[in-house]
Design a protein around this ligand. Structure first.
Ligand code: CP
Ligand code: NVA
Length: 308
């Protein structure tokens, strides 16, 4: 059966664990499995800018024996000129999978409904599930088992990374604390979904306004840009509203002494995080960026296995 990966809770706790275990193996044996040998092609479509996602999918698809076809929406018929479902019908006759970075989640849902090949969300306004697989892999490498760990996210609570941390963290049985201002809260339906998952995995969800309370005793501290792609016009208002949520050395000192710091990048030093933290000894951002490659290779192998 064709499986898609549009949001983090498309994977059950057991499936998430299976993919993280596979990612660990794939990382240890980079050239081991080549399910795309032939070669088959994977379409990787970008409506928004990217460095890490573009590179890690292109390299990962090539590692698996396939050919990446990188499409920029500006130079295609997608994006106003042709629907996602018509595009999907064209692509499924020629490619093994479709990876898409876009704006609204609805487009991804339409793309997935229209096609028999796996569709992977490479970031939408609502979710960034591939990044979360890489983050969980990184946290596991540094901390061991994910279950029971406390992760604190500070900043824009309506961010795609927050929604993905809520769902993927709950799936992994983690305690997820989000600290954000009242005007930047996560989507209520995503919080409700995460709470339901957490109730079954032993995790928990807390949405609070006090950043110090969220960080105190945390194992993992995370932030993201205050100005996500598409929100550039709101920069001044966001900087004013989110200033108290900056991760600096004093904030980091409230977490456990062996806490690690993650950021999906790109980062704005001096805004959501100070250089003393992101470039300091507790930061694991380069492992995190590398792990996009291994996690996404494992994801593609797993999705293609389900379709076989
Ligand atoms: N973290 C991340 O998705 O980075 P890019 O926008 O560079 O792909
Ligand atoms: N929240 C950020 C993530 C970038 C990888 C954005 O959407 O721009």
């Amino acid at each position: 059966m064709t499986r898609h990966f549009l949001r983090d809770d498309d994977l059950s706790p057991a499936e998430q664990l299976e993919i993280l275990d596979l990612a660990e193996k794939v990382k240890a044996d980079r050239w081991g499995r080549k399910p795309l040998e032939g070669p088959q092609t994977v379409a990787v479509i970008f409506d928004k800018s990217s460095t890490r996602t573009r590179v890690s999918f292109a390299v990962g698809i090539a590692d698996l024996g396939g050919s990446p076809l990188i499409i920029s929406t500006a130079n295609s018929q997608l994006g106003g000129k042709e629907t996602a479902s018509d595009t999907a019908r064209v692509l499924e006759r020629q490619v093994a999978a479709i990876v898409w970075r876009t704006y609204g989640q609805q487009g991804l849902i339409e793309m997935a409904h229209g096609t028999q090949v796996p569709v992977i969300n490479a970031l939408s306004d609502e979710f960034h599930p591939c990044q979360l697989l890489a983050d969980l892999l990184t946290i596991r490498e540094h901390k061991g088992e994910l279950k029971g760990l406390t992760v604190a996210f500070l900043g824009d609570g309506a961010d795609n990374m927050v929604h993905s941390y809520l769902l993927a963290g709950a799936t992994a049985g983690m305690h997820v604390r989000i600290a954000c201002p009242e005007d930047y809260l996560p989507l209520a339906d995503v919080v409700a979904d995460a709470e339901k998952i957490a109730a079954s995995t032993g995790g928990s969800i807390a949405i609070i306004t006090d950043p110090a309370e969220a960080v105190t005793g945390a194992d993992v501290v995370v932030t993201d840009t205050w100005v996500s792609m598409g929100k550039e016009d709101e920069k001044a208002a966001r900087v004013a509203a989110l200033g108290a949520y900056k991760v600096d050395a004093a904030m980091m000192a409230l977490a456990k002494p062996d806490a690690i710091f993650l950021h999906c990048l790109p980062a704005d030093r001096g805004y959501e995080v100070e250089a003393e933290v992101i470039d300091g000894p507790q930061s694991v951002i380069w492992d995190e960026a590398e792990n996009r490659l291994h996690a996404q290779k494992a994801l593609m192998i797993w999705l293609l296995d389900q379709a076989a």
